[in-house]
Ligand binder design. Structure first.
Ligand code: XMP
Length: 420
């Protein structure tokens, strides 16, 4: 196994905010400087904006010497009931060298049944490296490109998480080129919109407003041990959350992803569901006065007996989330204070507020998360009316038959956006 040399365009000569044409010129020069006429380049696309923009930049430069592949890991989403892989296949159908690899069983073997989050990520990463190597050989490529962006590098190097596309070890890849490595998400979106307006390539249609989706996909949202049943529930719940939050955002802002032009904040940055086994333990007694301090209402609480990620002193930590429940509806003033203040004085990284009124038979608990953020480094809860959140929760209980549903009101930090 060898480590490839990585060339990252970390210091663009103009940022997309200053000068889009300038950024494009710089990025294309960077690609040209690192590619020889005989090179064949592979990109593994995820369906997201980062890999789509990277693919277009390379295609502009080297045409059909670019080989595009998408892996159906089995952990991709459903979007309005349709498998995302099918949507990706349609979008990339104009590329001459494009293929879909059905590797579901391979990924399931490497990931299912493992309780530890890091081990799961490792299993996923190994499968990804393996398939990528096979694809490099198959299409006789010697160079690879990836849509890695700056927060991926900062957070992986800072120990907050191990992004599946940073520090990979490929056997067949000698050189990796990352033309977006100096950009934040909002900047990539700008480049995508610019490229779409100029070239109208199908892969870029609506892609700039697609929310980020983690490489290991729903495997990090099916928290703890993954089983086929738990994954199926997660897929359905995730689709329900995305659909209802999209509809709400469309009604409120006229688009499913509103970007505040002044601050760059994206609303929502991400919305999704996470599925846990229904295993609770009693919360420590010292939590009661902390809750009392924030509201006069009687709040019942328990701890979900599952490790989830948080950030403390710039590093990733694992701990159990606090689940609270109240007979009276709590408002955002109280919920936001709880989400911020409880983790400040305890080791709890997250506060989840019960929003389902019905109880289903399946032994799973689901958390709904919808956050606003500029660049994923910090995030706060997307304050959707609690009525709408409850509506999502009751739909989830009915369709996914899980036990109960919670609304995650934790900011990042001390929580992370995802749970693993
Ligand atoms: P966290 O959970 O660390 O997530 O606050 C920050 C952003 O990164 C996404 N994310 C990932 N993306 N591979 C990816 O490609 C990963 O392993 C991964 N983990 C988290 C997450 O969805 C959020 O946008």
């Amino acid at each position: 196994m060898s480590i490839a040399t990585i060339f990252r365009y970390l210091k663009p000569e103009s940022t997309p905010k200053e000068d889009l044409e300038g950024f494009m010129r710089g990025a294309r020069n960077f690609i040209r400087d690192h590619i020889k006429p005989e090179d064949k380049v592979k990109i593994m696309v995820s369906g997201g904006v980062d890999s789509a923009v990277t693919a277009i930049l390379f295609h502009l430069e080297i045409g059909d010497r670019l080989y595009v592949s998408h892996i159906d890991t089995g952990f991709m989403r459903q979007i309005r009931g349709k498998e995302e892989t099918e949507i990706i296949a349609e979008k990339y159908s104009d590329f001459k060298n494009f293929n879909i690899i059905n590797a579901r069983n391979f990924f399931y073997e490497k990931v299912m049944g493992i309780p530890d989050a890091e081990q799961k990520r490792l299993g996923f990463r190994k499968a990804y490296e393996n398939i990528t190597d096979q694809q490099m050989l198959k299409s006789d490529c010697n160079v690879m490109t990836q849509g890695t962006i700056l927060p991926d590098i900062i957070e992986t190097d800072g120990g907050i998480k191990s992004q599946h596309n940073v520090h990979l070890r490929f056997d067949k890849v000698r050189k990796i080129i990352e033309p977006l490595a100096g950009l934040y998400k909002d900047e990539v979106r700008r480049v995508a919109e610019f490229l779409w307006s100029k070239y109208k390539t199908k892969v870029l249609e609506n892609v700039s407003r697609r929310q980020p989706f983690p490489g290991p996909g729903l495997s990090v949202r099916t928290v703890g041990i993954i089983t086929p049943e738990k994954l199926k529930i997660e897929k359905k719940a995730n689709d329900i959350v995305e659909q209802i939050v999209d509809e709400f955002t469309e009604r409120k802002y006229g688009t499913n992803l509103y970007i505040n032009e002044k601050t760059g904040e994206q609303i929502p940055f991400q919305s999704f569901a996470a599925t846990f086994d229904e295993k609770f333990i009693k919360g420590k007694e010292e939590i009661a006065p902390l809750l009392k301090d924030k509201t006069k209402e009687n709040i019942r609480y328990k701890i979900l007996n599952t490790n989830v990620t948080g950030v403390k002193d710039g590093k990733r930590v694992y701990s159990h989330p606090l689940c609270i429940e109240c007979d009276i509806e709590l408002d955002y003033d109280v919920l936001i204070k709880l989400g911020k203040d409880i983790p400040a004085v305890t080791s709890i990284p997250r506060v989840l507020y019960k929003v389902s009124s019905e109880v289903g038979p399946a032994e799973y608990v689901i958390a709904i998360r919808s956050i606003k953020s500029i660049n994923a480094i910090n995030a706060t809860v997307n304050e959707i009316p609690i009525k709408t959140v409850k509506n999502i929760a009751n739909k989830i209980v009915k369709r996914c038959s899980c036990k109960e549903v919670y609304w995650d009101v934790s900011p990042k930090p001390p929580a992370t956006i995802e749970y693993e």
